[in-house]
Ligand binder design. Structure first.
Ligand code: SAH
Ligand code: SF4
Ligand code: F3S
Length: 455
């Protein structure tokens, strides 16, 4: 059986796909790089916004059409098995299983990947035994309080950065968010186990690890908190840089900020998801901080970690958001001056507290108007922040090479996560380069190797 796996959503899903590859390889399934070669197509899905759902639904239909034309996965007499993994599996189980038009074959939620070989096996048998629609499709979407996959070593492609999940799940229940329902309660892996995996990564040539969790800084295991974990991981010699995502503002104690400030391997970049700048909306979202507390935290982060880069997530058009609420968000964005921001239009999710308690009453046109304004403001701020680096020398970790236009162009990231490009051949991915910044746009810095004269 040949398997093709496609991944949607966040870095945690990318990491989970690496776990899935490892689990399937152990069970002697062959993973193939092209869907046309596959008998089984796995879609590791995301449920965070409606758009994410729609992409997967469209994809399922596309796979079926390609198969009918004789160009897709499966063989002429055998249609491909389609399995849905990830956050949509838990969130939309009933719809996925009962929707005749989709007609997928099996489902596995984020805590059920060890059972995948068995589920595929079962789906194959059901296929052979009974091709009528009424068959019972194999699924497992049980959420576990314990599963951390700490005994599975992910199958990664070689590279510069490795994802490493240190905790899973979320206990926060922000009212707009589906994640606590799709991924269950928080649980953390032991420090020793994470350090052990980091050592192996270093041995394989990775230069950077990005520690992952839905709420990564609430990591806690056997008396060790996230600050302790960062220090322990930084003890692994060949690892040059450590990043982490996504943190929650409520879990930035001084101890953690001090470790980020003092530990040279921990990148000076903090993601501080704001979501809204209006106290009334923050309360409705149940984010547990006020705008004043958020502004205080941003100021403290800047004080304790000089030169730190800040990024954020913002939602516009949450239930009952008025123009004044939105202006309050713009105001906080201006006051903090984030280096970059991810912005989203509120998308009502099934089963969330907001869906049950509030009305998704901001018209789509207003959501669009607000996100356009927010993006315009952020673009100006990002440009200003980026231009401030012109003339500075930044240390760049080389992550990519070559573009459509030039084989020599290099891409790397500065410590603060800014994307930097330079026209230089000859270096190896994973190299740390001293780069003088000569130009900037809102999304990218341009540099030259230090010591090179600018003509
Ligand atoms: N656990 C992380 C990230 C969760 S998802 C955190 O707490 O920061 C990433 C971002 O998607 C969120 O920060 C939020 O800005 C956005 N998001 C989550 N649910 C959403 C929804 N229902 N509609 C629009 N954006 C949403
Ligand atoms: Fe969702 Fe909030 Fe948990 Fe982040 S902290 S995953 S936004 S519930
Ligand atoms: Fe999406 Fe699940 Fe990640 S909903 S953003 S894949 S945690």
């Amino acid at each position: 059986m040949k398997i093709f796996l496609e991944t949607y959503g966040c870095q945690m899903n990318s990491y989970d796909s690496e776990l899935v590859c490892s689990i399937l390889a152990k069970a002697n399934y062959a993973l193939v790089p092209k869907e046309e070669e596959a008998d089984v197509v796995l879609l590791n899905t995301c449920a965070i916004r409606e758009h994410a759902h729609q992409k997967v639904y469209n994809r399922i239909h596309e796979i079926k059409r390609a198969h009918k034309r004789g160009q897709g996965p499966g063989t002429r007499d055998q249609k491909p098995l389609i399995g849905i993994l990830g956050c949509m599996a838990t969130n939309l189980r009933t719809d996925l299983l009962e929707n005749r038009r989709l007609d997928i074959d099996f489902i596995a939620g984020p805590d059920s990947y060890k059972r995948l070989p068995a589920l595929i096996e079962q789906a194959m048998q059901t296929e052979i035994r009974d091709t009528r629609y009424e068959i019972r499709k194999p699924f497992d979407v049980t959420l576990s309080e314990f599963e951390t996959y700490s005994d599975v070593y992910p199958r990664r492609e070689r590279g510069v950065n490795a994802w490493l999940a240190v905790m899973r799940g979320c206990n926060n229940f922000c009212t707009f968010c589906v994640v606590p329902y799709t991924r269950g309660r928080e649980r953390s892996r032991s420090v020793e186990n994470v350090v052990e995996e980091t050592r192996r990564l270093a041995g394989e040539g990775f230069k950077q690890v990005t520690l992952l969790g839905q709420n990564v800084n609430s990591y806690f295991c056997e008396g060790a908190d996230f600050a302790d974990l960062l220090d322990a991981v930084s003890g692994v010699e060949a690892i040059e840089r450590i990043r982490f995502t996504s943190p929650h503002p409520k879990d930035f104690q001084d101890k953690l900020l001090t470790v980020v400030a003092r530990n040279p391997k921990v990148c000076k970049h903090i993601h501080l998801p704001l979501q809204s700048g209006s106290n009334r909306i923050l309360e409705l979202m149940d984010r547990t901080y006020t705008r004043e507390e958020f502004l205080g935290l941003a100021a403290k982060v800047r004080r304790l970690i000089p030169g730190v880069a800040l990024s954020t997530d913002v939602i516009v058009g949450f239930c009952s958001e008025t123009d004044a609420d939105f202006e309050a968000t713009l105001d906080v964005m201006e006051q903090v001056g984030f280096d970059s921001a991810f912005t989203f239009k509120y998308s009502q999710r099934k089963g969330t507290i907001a869906e049950r308690k509030y009305k998704d009453d901001v018209p789509e046109a207003i959501k669009t108007e607000r996100i356009v304004r927010l993006n315009e403001l952020q673009k100006e701020i990002s440009l200003k922040k980026n231009r401030a680096h012109i003339g500075q020398t930044l240390e760049i970790l080389l992550e990519n090479k070559g573009s459509k236009h030039s084989p020599d162009v290099l891409y790397g990231r500065a410590d603060g996560n800014q994307l930097v490009t330079l026209d230089e051949g000859g270096h190896t991915l994973g190299d740390l380069l001293q780069v003088r910044i000569i130009d900037a746009s809102p999304n990218i810095l341009k540099g030259v190797l230090k010591g090179v004269a600018i003509s």
